[in-house]
Design a protein around this ligand. Structure first.
Ligand SMILES: [Ca+2]
Ligand SMILES: [Ca+2]
Length: 244
């Protein structure tokens, strides 16, 4: 597990917003600060606490957040069963529209494999195996919602795990604030976190009508990866339009 400069700056920004963003049970985490991150020169409170958080159970100590119970074989088989409509054993970009959480980084997964423009069972297996091997439970994550070029407040953003991932993940949701920013809660932590994995994203609002392509028939998807994703840099922003 490596923290890239980009991630470091993002997460430091997150941590620097105020002391209330630190995990409540801070004492639990200070034990990790001496396990190697001190040498980065960034090890004072925020960085070290965050580093221990995403590394979770890597340190041979009891993890406060259990990493999800991944089953790469089962998930890869299930993805093909659920999504391979033409029966060629591969998932085309068109077939992947039914699984926007997988489609989100399909190019990346394909590039790690044979780069043929489709996803194979083995390419999906490799990604879920990466989740498993990372032993990462939670990652700092927030997003924002723009509707017709304006920040949308009061919208519910629901992260729905792709079904082929089985029972490894649960749905999670947050509500956008006045700036359109959405934070996700994890029990025991006072910062915005979500579990790594692939999600359909459903955005609804009681104030404004949001087209079905963003909720009941969503085309929005997202991966929260355990590693840097070169195809998706920067903050996650959902740009919605009420009219096509
Ligand atoms: Ca196919
Ligand atoms: Ca491929």
């Amino acid at each position: 597990m490596r923290i890239t400069p980009n991630e470091t700056f993002t997460e430091l920004g997150e941590m620097n917003r105020g002391p209330n963003l630190l995990p409540r049970r801070r004492r639990v985490w200070t034990g990790f600060a001496s396990t190697g991150f001190a040498s980065t020169g960034l090890a004072s409170t925020g960085f070290a606490l965050f580093a221990s958080l995403i590394l979770g159970g890597c340190m041979g100590r009891p993890a406060r957040i259990e990493a999800p119970d991944w089953d790469p074989d089962q998930s890869a088989d299930q993805a093909i069963t659920d999504l391979d409509r033409d029966g060629d054993g591969l998932l085309s970009m068109e077939e992947l529209t039914a699984a926007p959480g997988l489609k989100y980084n399909a190019k990346g997964l394909d590039a790690e494999g044979d780069n043929d423009g489709k996803l194979s069972r083995d390419e999906i297996y490799a990604r879920v195996k990466l989740y498993q091997d990372s032993r990462t439970g939670l990652k700092a994550f927030s997003c924002s919602v723009i509707l017709d070029k304006r920040p949308l407040s009061g919208a519910t953003v629901r992260l729905v795990p792709e079904p082929f991932l089985g029972n490894a993940l649960e749905p999670n949701e947050g509500i956008s604030d006045r700036g359109g920013q959405v934070r996700f809660q994890a029990e025991g932590f006072n910062m915005s976190l979500a579990k790594i994995g692939m999600y359909k994203v459903e955005i609804t609002s009681t104030n404004v009508k949001i087209p079905a392509t963003y909720n009941s028939a969503t085309t929005l998807g997202l991966e929260i990866p355990p590693v840097t994703d070169p195809y998706h840099q920067g903050p996650v922003v959902f740009h919605l339009k009420t009219k096509k």
